[in-house]
Design a protein around this ligand. Sequence first.
Ligand SMILES: *[C@@H]1O[C@H](CO)[C@@H](O)[C@H](O)[C@H]1NC(C)=O
Ligand SMILES: *[C@@H]1O[C@H](CO)[C@@H](O)[C@H](O)[C@H]1NC(C)=O
Ligand SMILES: *[C@@H]1O[C@H](CO)[C@@H](O)[C@H](O)[C@H]1NC(C)=O
Length: 424
Amino acid sequence: MTCTQDVTMMAAALLILWGITVTLQADLLADKKFLLLPPVNFTIKITGLAQVLLHWEPNPHQEQRNAILGYAVRINAPEEDDYETRDTESQCVTVLHKGFSASVQTIYWDEHSLPASSWVSAELKDPPGSPGTSILNLTCITNTIAKMHLRPFEVSLHCTWLVGLDAPEDTQYFLYYRYGSWTEECQEYSQDILKRNIACWFPRTSIDSTGLQRLVVHVNGSSRHATIKPYDQIFHLHAIDEVNPPMNVTAEIKGTSLCIQWEKPVSGFPTHCFNYEVKIHNTRKSSVLIGAIKTNSFISIIDDISKYSVQVRAAVSAACRKNGQWSKWSQPIYMGNDGLKIAIEWFIILLMAAIVFILLILLLICRTCHLWTKLFPPVPAPKNNLQELFVSPNSEKAGSNETEVEVISFVEEHGFEILEDSVF
Ligand SMILES: *[C@@H]1O[C@H](CO)[C@@H](O)[C@H](O)[C@H]1NC(C)=O
Ligand SMILES: *[C@@H]1O[C@H](CO)[C@@H](O)[C@H](O)[C@H]1NC(C)=O
Ligand SMILES: *[C@@H]1O[C@H](CO)[C@@H](O)[C@H](O)[C@H]1NC(C)=O
């Protein structure tokens, strides 16, 4: 909860006071009968979603005697808070579904040791309805999208909630958001099977994601069987803003360096407002390197036999607003050689080399030991046939044994040569 105080008036008053105070202090201390009267007509008025205006008037019977008077305000509910003001009104942003109560008293602005007036109080009753009919677990996220019309960016809002445990089946919920003085009702709901609204989507809002104001969300409801208690929640933008991942991530291998570049995410924040994290995953070693950087590029030394996946994410730095969440990682881009492919290639080369080597050894054994002829001795049958073929005419014509032997040995040798050739 926050309530605004009139700071400028306070500062001006302090300057004027400084002069008067010194002379008056003695008088004031001496005259303890100078009683302060409480303010009158103290009212609390709802001026917006989760916003109230406290207003009071100075007591018309109050003596002044040159003393500067102010007011102490105490918020009692929903959350205790104390502050002082010289103004006669004050605005507070706070949830109102639990009711609101506050008190105010008149004080000496510059002399807190002197007794203040009595308190006057006012309160707003909590809205009707049993607490079990309120929604539960309201979560909202904002996201910036690039945009066409007047503003360069647009902020969307998405909220989800659970139906109250005591809410009748015919309950319908309605969601409103307020940002600054702008209030808007949701137009795009999602529903559960009983057609009760359980989520809401605003494609565009009046939210300035770079602003410091908080977002108020109010969800009320109606039912024919019960009064539905409304529910308020106040969100800090930095806590619910979903930052977009960096844009146009590219990577390039130059020798043994992996150079990665990207652009700032779609966001209302300028370039200097971002922190980045780069994730380089070596798929061969399954190791991950995460680098943190403020600029838009990153260089990493790599080996050239691995495959890498590269991702980058962004967050708005503390220089521009309170630390928020990291964006999602950008889509991975793959670089370098696939380690598995290289391994398979090497395996095939080695296998072929092994086969060649074994065959060479076999051939050598064959040559040296005449293993071939031992294993497959020349078949005698063709010898006889050939013998008959060549010999019989010879024996008929010449009848010489010498010619016979010569012819056979030639055929044998020739046959061996043919077999030997057919191995390779
Ligand atoms: C307080 O309110 C009453 C009734 O509304 C009004 O008559 C009176 O003038 C107010 N007092 C001051 C000091 O404004
Ligand atoms: C709702 O919120 C409560 C407390 O914050 C939590 O315990 C519960 O698990 C939440 N329920 C669901 C369904 O998320
Ligand atoms: C819900 O709240 C809005 C904004 O304050 C109001 O206009 C509307 O009438 C309320 N609806 C119900 C059903 O209470």
